[in-house]
Design a protein around this ligand. Structure first.
Ligand code: SF4
Length: 116
């Protein structure tokens, strides 16, 4: 079993334990759950603040890290990668690699990777 799978399973088990106790994390609140995956950065920032004190904070963040989540708020952190940032990172990599003498033909698939 991969580390990512283990972290996801640990998160799921913890969520089930909480549900048995009648506890739901703030991101499960019907009124505000959309903040965690909002397209608006200010709303995701608010969601990250609402994560404070959540009993799921640690396993939630660990699962996100292990799975390299790139969208939404997990464990108090907005993990959303804006396409512009990803594209900039690719171009910076290409620039540095080409200046280091690496053949560009090996990097073409990297440049065509999806941004999210
Ligand atoms: S720490 Fe995770 S489970 Fe808790 S409110 Fe934040 S996103 Fe939801």
């Amino acid at each position: 079993m991969t580390a990512a799978r283990q972290a996801s399973d640990a998160l799921t088990r913890r969520l089930i334990d909480l549900a048995r106790q009648g506890i739901r994390p703030r991101c499960g609140d019907y009124e505000t759950s959309h903040y965690w995956t909002s397209e608006h950065e200010a709303e995701r920032k608010q969601a990250a603040q609402w994560c404070t004190g959540c009993p799921m904070f640690l396993p939630c963040g660990q699962a996100a890290e292990a799975n390299q989540e790139r969208w939404g708020v997990w464990g108090g952190r907005d993990r959303t990668v804006r396409p512009g940032k990803a594209a900039a990172a690719v171009w910076l990599y290409l620039l540095l690699a080409s200046s280091a003498g690496v053949q560009l033909v090996w990097m073409i698939p990297l440049a065509h990777r999806p941004a999210c």
